[in-house]
Design a protein around this ligand. Structure first.
Ligand code: AMP
Length: 215
């Protein structure tokens, strides 16, 4: 299975994508996670990437195109892949088509577009807390940790992502409207294109996603 998921920040691509990739036995490749790892490494590239992320802007296409080409060329991607957060604009979608053509014409089986109302996205993102040690996610109101500031799973410290502050969320949503939403038109005629309502609870959204991908 070769699939991509796109939609606004906070719609649940990461939560749902990880679960689905694991069920399908394919790798989950999220450009946001890869870019945060680059920032964490403290490299020159990481510094440039950090500025883009903290401003809520997209990182240059050539950086993410390269990351994705390298990732899906690895052995563990031979069973398939689920790309989360890539492509994020039409230029990246075209680059992905070229990457797949170079890999012998593997096509996309499934293209999932998730959506939800802005108010819901802002509410989800602004309450999101992540564990520094294991990456597990909580939400201040929907799924609060037992001990404030500590991860239930590993006891690690919880933090709020620098781009989950409300002023940055507004920029991310603007960037999404201008640059990512046009992918709907780009993929509209793709036979595997499906729209999913990402506004419900985690299990409800997952069931809709399963139906869209597996039927
Ligand atoms: P995410 O974790 O998907 O919300 O991504 C966090 C941030 O990483 C985004 O706001 C962008 O700054 C950057 N980013 C993630 N994926 C891409 C991409 N495909 N193209 C450009 N920038 C990206």
């Amino acid at each position: 299975m070769h699939m991509v998921m796109f939609g606004p920040p906070g719609v649940g691509k990461g939560t749902q994508g990880k679960r689905l990739a694991s069920e399908l036995g394919v790798i989950h490749a999220a450009t946001g996670d890869m870019l945060r790892a680059a920032v964490g490494s403290g490299s020159e590239l990481g510094k440039e990437v950090r500025e883009c992320i903290e401003a809520g802007q997209l990182v240059p296409d050539e950086v993410v195109d390269g990351l994705i080409e390298e990732r899906i060329g690895r052995e563990d991607a031979e069973q398939g892949f689920l790309l989360d957060g890539f492509p994020r604009n039409v230029a990246q979608a075209k680059a992905l088509d070229e990457i797949l053509a170079r890999r012998g014409g593997v096509g996309l089986d499934s293209v999932i577009f998730m959506q939800a109302e802005d108010a819901k996205l802002v509410e989800r993102l602004s309450g999101r807390l992540l564990c520094r040690a294991c990456g597990f996610g909580f939400h201040r109101h929907y799924s609060p940790p037992r001990d404030e500031g500590r991860c239930d799973r590993c006891g690690g410290e919880l933090y709020q992502r620098g781009d989950d502050y409300e002023n940055v969320i507004v920029s991310r949503l603007e960037v999404y409207r201008k640059q990512t939403e046009p992918l709907r038109t780009y993929y509209a005629d793709h036979p595997g294109f499906r729209e999913i309502d990402g506004g419900g609870g985690i299990d409800e959204v997952y069931q809709n996603l399963q139906k869209a991908v597996l039927n």
